[in-house]
Design a protein around this ligand. Structure first.
Ligand code: GLA
Length: 729
């Protein structure tokens, strides 16, 4: 009876599934300047991937691609673009649905497609539908030809009588056909983010996923690289680089099948998240963003960095503010007077803004440590009698902007918010509560909680329009996993929680489009391109030891432009020089979080000079092209170069980490310069009174020479750095 109902409903939407004639071949091309992803509708009207690789030059050649590849015994060899559960594809499906009638099988047939021009590229929509149940899927591909980046996501909806349950809902599915596949993952923990490791994939599955809910990327970051035919290399070889825009549980599945094809399935992690979809509702998956480079990871990174600035990152083409933060310096111990002093120091240092960190709020339960106050966003009267208005005006008098830290999705049980709204918290009603950093996560699936979180920012900005910046933190994963709001629909919770965050961020962006915000999550545990539509930058790690930062910044730079990566000079690893620490932070968005009074007069003078230099070179570092030249993973050194778009200004950062005694120093050949131009090569960021020992200092060298012969910037000293500016003559 149920099946009959399903059939009748299908008939009602007048769907017919006709075999198409060979003369009517339907080929769909998803192409950037360098990459081609090709699909073809098979004679059975199902959609197959026929090619993914470097762009094919001739349209004619696409007709020679076969939707049904020669494959091993027992396999159809057909690679369906968005495979579904319950059919003859025996591997991990992209879509898994339990229909209203309990049937767990879905077949998708091609219905039609369209292409629309959008800013910077094109948007292809491919509509598919089941032939037995009224379930529709739209595959979306937005292509950015110039940057060679594709982003893809899927929309799922239905008109079945009863809700359907989604138990798999990948954003997309990609097949690769190479002789070897090498996966680079980025894993770690607090203060050891994005440690890169590589392994060869073999038959079966490798899964990278997170179940942390919020602070979701604490153990693994939402991106990966796949080296094709060999391990990923910086400057050569084919590599697929992909990342998912989802600020919650994600999952990447890499599966090698019986004939040695690799399928890549990026998506929300379906763990504890069987999603009930009502008729007429649309389930939209997160965006999966990818690039295919034939010139190694370095070029893939440049593709993504340019795409992010041009098309995705909040205020991607705008300026960034240098700053002085107080967290590493004062912790929770400060008052109006000491902060006013720091604002003056910020001005003297030459940075644009003073950023007040944690510890400024809470009255019934003052936030004098991390055990109380979270949730009560009113300035602590004892510490800050004039509240935020007095801080904003003190900053104005000092001549710097004022920014402030918030962690609005969280609550300490010792807070007025928790006392008033215990049901706003993700917490088991009848089990012992587990606390992470003494706090709990608010239930963002609840619209009332969304209003509250919006009001944290809204109240501050309404009362203090002078607040110029937010650092938005998220220190706890979700524990005690139960949403009072979702009630019996707990399968929705992890997903609706993240969607709740986006709803709030949408409101903030709409009302305060100009206010920059830093995304922070106990360091770099939130770093995805969906969140970065709302945030101008993210905090890479609480670990600001410059040696560790070399690896962390190298890792994040694989997917993000320097503009999105905040780096501060702090007191971590005081055994290294202030110059080394500053030179390391200068390759990203520069800030300071150090007691300037603890610096010697020379060190302070050095920092002032370094800020000036950074600002002069902002066009190259923030908006130019980045070339990762020498890897800390492969050598005991690191070098990164930035060149502005006109190729008349650049900067090279070279670091000696722990060189061996008289070890061979890496050759440092530059990239991306104009070979015909002559560049003045000059060492900058020198300690006051120190003469440069750089043998090519003040020379005028051609771009050709610099790219073929190179510079001698490395030494055998430990924790040593050199910064060289290039100015076209
Ligand atoms: C997190 C952040 C730090 C700092 C503290 C404040 O750990 O990563 O930068 O803001 O919270 O509690």
């Amino acid at each position: 009876m149920k099946q009959l109902l399903c059939l009748l409903l299908t008939a009602a939407v007048a769907f017919t599934c006709n075999a198409i004639q060979p003369s009517e071949r339907k080929i769909i091309r998803i192409t950037t300047d360098n990459t081609e992803l090709a699909f073809e509708v098979g004679p059975d009207r199902r959609l197959y991937q026929t090619y993914f690789g470097p762009r094919l030059l001739s349209e004619e050649d696409l007709k020679n691609l076969s939707w049904n590849r020669p494959a091993g015994a027992g396999s159809t060899g057909a690679l369906e673009v968005y495979s579904t559960s319950g059919n003859e594809d025996y591997f991990e499906p992209a879509l898994g649905v339990t229909h209203g009638n309990g049937n767990m099988t879905t077949y998708l047939y091609y219905e039609g497609s369209s292409v629309e021009n959008i800013d910077g590229g094109t948007h292809t929509r491919i509509n598919m539908r089941d032939d037995r149940c009224p379930l529709s899927v739209t595959l979306n591909y937005v292509v950015y030809p110039k940057e060679n980046v594709i982003k893809t996501w899927t929309e799922i909806s239905h008109r079945e009588k009863k809700p359907v349950s989604l138990f798999r809902y990948a954003s997309a599915m990609l097949y690769l056909n190479a002789s070897e596949y090498w996966l680079t993952e980025f894993s770690g923990d607090w203060a050891k983010e994005v440690r890169m490791s590589q392994e060869q994939l073999r038959f079966g599955k490798k899964i990278l996923d997170t179940k942390l809910g919020s602070r979701a990327a604490m153990h693994v970051s939402p991106f990966f690289e796949i080296g094709l035919d060999g391990p990923v290399r910086e400057h050569s070889g084919e590599v697929l680089m992909g990342t998912i825009g989802w600020t919650g549980n994600f999952r990447f599945t890499f599966e090698i099948d019986n004939v040695g094809n690799l399928r890549v399935l990026p998506g929300i992690n379906p763990y504890a998240s069987t999603y009930e979809l009502k008729a007429g509702e649309t389930f939209t998956t997160p965006e999966f963003i990818f690039t295919l480079s034939s010139e190694g990871a370095s070029q893939g990174s440049r593709n993504l960095q340019a795409w992010a600035r041009n098309h995705s990152l909040k205020d991607g083409l705008g300026k960034r503010m240098t700053l002085l933060n107080n967290w590493e310096n004062t912790g929770f111990s400060f008052n109006q007077e000491s902060l006013t002093g720091l604002m003056k120091e910020a001005k003297d240092l030459g940075v644009d803004m003073f950023l007040l960190d944690d510890g400024w709020f809470g009255n019934k339960y003052p936030r004098s440590n991390d055990r109380a106050g979270l949730g009560d966003w009113e300035a602590t009267r004892d510490k800050l009698p004039g509240g935020i208005p007095a801080l904003v005006s003190a900053a104005g008098e000092a001549g710097v902007k004022f920014g402030i830290w918030i962690e609005p999705e969280m609550v300490n049980p010792k807070s007025e918010l928790y006392e008033k709204h215990p049901d706003w918290v993700i917490e088991q009603p009848d089990r012992k509560t587990y606390y992470y950093r003494n706090q709990l996560v608010l239930d963002m699936s609840n619209p009332k909680v969304q209003d509250h979180v919006f009001s944290v920012v809204d109240n501050i900005l309404r009362e203090n329009p002078g607040v110029a910046y937010f650092k938005w933190d998220c220190n706890s994963p979700i524990t005690n996993i139960y949403s009072p709001y979702c009630g019996e629909r707990q399968g929705q919770f992890y997903i609706d929680h993240v969607r709740g965050i986006y709803k709030v961020l949408d409101r903030i962006k709409e009302k305060y489009p100009e206010v920059p915000m830093m995304l922070c999550s106990g360091g770099g545990a939130r770093c995805d391109y969906e969140a970065l539509k709302y945030f101008t930058e993210f905090w890479c790690s609480d670990n600001t030891d410059p040696v560790e930062r070399a690896y962390i910044q190298w890792g994040f730079s694989q997917f993000f432009p320097a503009k999105a990566m905040a780096a501060h000079v702090t007191g971590w690893n005081r055994s290294t020089s202030v110059k080394f620490r500053t030179d390391m932070a200068s390759m990203c968005k520069l800030g300071f979080d150090i007691g300037l009074k603890e610096l010697s007069a020379d060190e302070l003078e050095y920092c002032r000079e370094a800020v000036k230099n950074w600002k002069r070179l902002e066009g190259a570092i923030m908006d130019g092209t980045q070339y990762r030249l020498v890897s800390p993973y492969e050598t005991n050194h690191m070098a990164v170069e930035y060149v502005n778009t006109a190729r008349n200004s650049g900067v090279v950062f070279a670091y000696d980490l722990s060189p061996r005694f008289q070890g061979k120093l890496p050759v440092l050949r530059l990239q991306g310069l104009d070979p015909a131009k002559k560049y003045l090569v000059r060492e900058i960021n020198l300690m006051p009174g120190r003469k440069s020992s750089f043998i090519q200092n003040e020379k005028i060298l051609s771009g050709d020479y610099l790219m073929k012969v190179g510079l001698d910037m490395f030494s055998h000293r430990h924790n040593n750095s050199m910064v060289v500016e290039l100015t076209a003559q």
